[in-house]
Design a binder for this molecule. Sequence first.
Ligand SMILES: C[S@@+](CC[C@H](N)C(=O)[O-])C[C@H]1O[C@@H](n2cnc3c(N)ncnc32)[C@H](O)[C@@H]1O
Length: 183
Amino acid sequence: MANDLSVFLKQLILRPREISAAIPSSRRLARMMADAVPDITGSIAELGPGTGRMTQALLDKGARPQNLSLFEINAVFARHLTIKFPEVSVHNQSAQDMTAAGLNNLSAVVSGLPFLSIPLPIQREIIRASFDVLAPNGVYIQFTYGRKLPIHPEIIEQHSLSAKRFGLVWGNLPPAQVLVFSR
Ligand SMILES: C[S@@+](CC[C@H](N)C(=O)[O-])C[C@H]1O[C@@H](n2cnc3c(N)ncnc32)[C@H](O)[C@@H]1O
């Protein structure tokens, strides 16, 4: 299996807009995203897993591979993830289409998507699909590099979401904060 960094960098050159990050997230950021999941043994969807840094952190934290569903738009990353995590469901599908996978009652949606660079109509679809598959007390976890909330205020209001800052990882490049959104 090709190594994660070379797979990531090759796709970054081919599809810079979809990937929108110069390197994969740091292990510390991945661990903090996993720490933010309130029920790690419940069903979890991960959006935009890339080469699987956050997937690994979720599994290390105790997530059950059979309860984990990955949605990755990039076919090369999806194939890499299938080989790396044979017990995890990998969907080579866009995050906004996740409702078609028949998921429901999830405890968390963990997003590694470059949310601020995603157009507003797609952001709307991703958040709608996420809260469609989440349990009523389920959470949407998103990291962001800036200080402002990564989800547009109009979407936050539409779904009556509240945002909680879970933590900040200075050691990530660039530093990133982890936010937990719930209804
Ligand atoms: C910034 S990279 C993050 C990769 C990994 N989560 C990490 O933190 O290292 C963003 C990932 O989201 C994927 N992506 C972008 N738009 C997507 C969409 N609409 N649905 C699913 N995956 C998407 C890209 O292919 C890429 O793998």
